[in-house]
Design a binder for this molecule. Structure first.
Ligand SMILES: [Mn+2]
Length: 308
């Protein structure tokens, strides 16, 4: 089940990997389309519009400058995405961002936050990821901006990125729940704690189970809450999701991932979604894209429940 106010769903392809450490995520939108994402959502009786791909700058594949790789290109793609996501939300539709790498979370979620401020909605962001993505130019070992979107959204980053959406910070750490985290740089770890982001790492999921984890992450949602899911495909265990540039062992397995999605669906508050970091060049027979579509079906309310 999605948010009851939603008029329809719009797919926004963002074929870029300017923020990533490997190339290939630019093919993510095509792979998700080939895996049948539009029809899968149409099967719920929803009006689905594929708005095609955004057109931004090429990936120059240069080393970092002042701690950032490809900053002008990252800024441009995120400005384009911000405008596209905001327009869809403004017309009452649920945008699905087909990434592209996770730097796109900046443009997408800054637009969601702006929409929520204008509409007087509360916002809850679920960041499903193996990484905290809370690096800064000073902390990052690589300069790849896909490791920085949460920091940028919380106001820590270059002005050209933190100001997208017109409000700094775009997001309060209190609005974010991170789930599945298992690879965080040392300095980044300290910074996440200082910021006060609530993190459900893999140790927590191992000890408490996915059910309890999701109950905690979804606590205090009400009818005015806009729920945004930012799904980095590296959230999933690489055994089931090999098509990612930054795989980390020990992620949620198939059933845990399904339960995670089903419990989000049960809230009936989903109102926007990013699917990012899918890298078809590293995939095996498009299985990771197919898995992503499978999980999105659960996110939209497909259930294996046999109970009445
Ligand atoms: Mn990520």
């Amino acid at each position: 089940m999605i948010h009851p106010d939603i008029q329809g769903v719009t797919l926004i392809g963002v074929p870029t990997d300017v923020g990533a450490g490997s190339i290939g995520a630019r093919m993510g939108p095509s792979a998700l389309r080939v895996a049948g994402i539009a029809q899968a959502i149409r099967n719920f009786g929803l009006d689905v519009r594929d708005s095609g791909d955004l057109h931004g700058p090429d990936n120059p594949w240069e080393p970092a400058v002042d701690g950032f790789r490809h900053l002008p290109e990252v800024v441009r793609w995120n400005e384009l995405l911000h405008d596209a996501v905001f327009a869809e939300l403004d017309s009452g539709r649920l945008p699905i961002v087909l990434g592209g790498d996770h730097c796109l979370g900046i443009g997408s979620i800054s637009a969601v936050a702006r929409h929520c401020r204008a509409a007087g909605r509360k916002l809850r962001v679920l960041w499903l990821d193996a990484h905290a993505d809370f690096n800064t130019a000073a902390l990052t070992p690589t300069g790849n901006v896909h490791g920085m979107p949460v920091a940028c959204l919380c106001g820590h980053g270059p002005e050209a990125l933190t100001h997208i959406g017109g409000h700094v910070p775009a997001l309060s750490p209190a609005d974010i729940r991170q789930i599945g985290i298992r690879s965080v740089d040392e300095g980044e770890k300290r910074f996440v704690h200082e910021a006060g982001i609530e993190v459900f790492d893999m140790r927590y999921i191992d000890e408490m189970g996915m059910r309890h984890t999701m109950e905690q992450a979804l606590l205090d949602l009400d009818e005015h809450t806009h729920l945004h899911v930012s799904l980095d495909v590296d959230f999933l265990d690489p055994d089931i999701a090999p098509g990612v540039g930054t795989t980390v062992r020990g992620g949620p397995n198939y059933r845990e991932a399904q339960l995670c999605m089903e419990m989000i669906a049960d809230t009936g508050r989903l109102a926007s979604l990013d699917v990012v970091e899918l890298n078809p060049a590293l995939d095996v027979r498009n299985q990771t894209a197919q898995l992503a579509v499978d999980l999105i079906e659960s996110l939209f309310g497909k259930s294996t429940l046999m109970r009445r």
